[in-house]
Write a protein of this length. Sequence first.
Length: 368
Amino acid sequence: MKNRDNSLIEDFALIHDGRCILKTGTWSELKNAFSGEVEDLGEVTLVPGLINAHVHLELSHLRGKTVQEKGFTGWIKSLLSNPLYDLDTEAVRNAVQEMRDSGTAFCVDISTRNCAQVASVLDELGMGFYACCEAIGVQTPKEKAKFFPQKEFEYGRAAGSGHSLYSTGAGLLQRVKKANDAAGLPFPIHLAENAEEDEIVAHGTGEFAGMLKGAGLLADCGNKGLRPVEYAEKLGLLDEYTLAVHCVRVAEEDISTLLERKVNVCLCPRSNTYIGEGRAPWELILKSGINTCLGTDSIASNHDLSMWNELEYLLKNIKISLSSAEALALVTTNSARALRIDESYGSLEKGKRAVYTTVPARLEDLLF
Ligand SMILES: [Zn+2]
């Protein structure tokens, strides 16, 4: 188990009541005063339950139903040939179970049509969550519009999110951001994901722009030649509550802007590869000091929803070396900070949720 200063603690033990951590220490210290049931996990590295900062559980029925490495336009065409929003609750339940079995304790789900239903499944299964209702389209929201269900859940909260700069009108994005701000919620948005987005934001052109226009979903980004991060900055969408998802196509100036604005970045390395969008400048983003975390994205653009597999892929392909603490932070402490859930998640300390997992044997060598 890792300490707050990221040193490994030998003989670590924690006492919990099934819900919360009551005490932590070494087993030698704690055992004399303890009389309850004991679970010895053996020679393992215990870590806090992992956080998946970006997933779309609504698409859980689409495993293996999309093309790989054909670029975003090719991928979206294959995605749209499926029944997208016919929610398969059983598939969602299985996906949540899969996440839990691979160590995930909290996720940020983005659903376009089925936010409340997905939230109910997450709640029922005890997975911590933000269930985000994704705003998409160019309509001007009504004065008193609500952007997410005003409903209480036991294990999570509903929130709003923006699909993207190119598919969600500027006014709508700003309103959703404001509603989330007022509720103290993070604001996730797909940002700088691919070349198609670059072209639409800068010039409003391209095959994908035509597809969006046909569906009534093409946002007017001004055609001023701006890069996505520049445009998002101009709209006032970037601050410490923003979770910028992907950031594949960011210039060095964009990285500086994201850092200055204290934006949190969620990288989805395997999804970007699956779609064939290239990859984010992980090294520059991480070295800049931007608070960075990881997400799997949906099963329609990934092979599974395991955060260990996401981290393993990054570690095997990144060109700088990360300490074990820096690597684990991408799926624990950084994510908890980005999402403002560090009171309950991200580390194994008294008062936090008793959710933990162990480092898989195959990752021990990569991490330590
Ligand atoms: Zn996504």
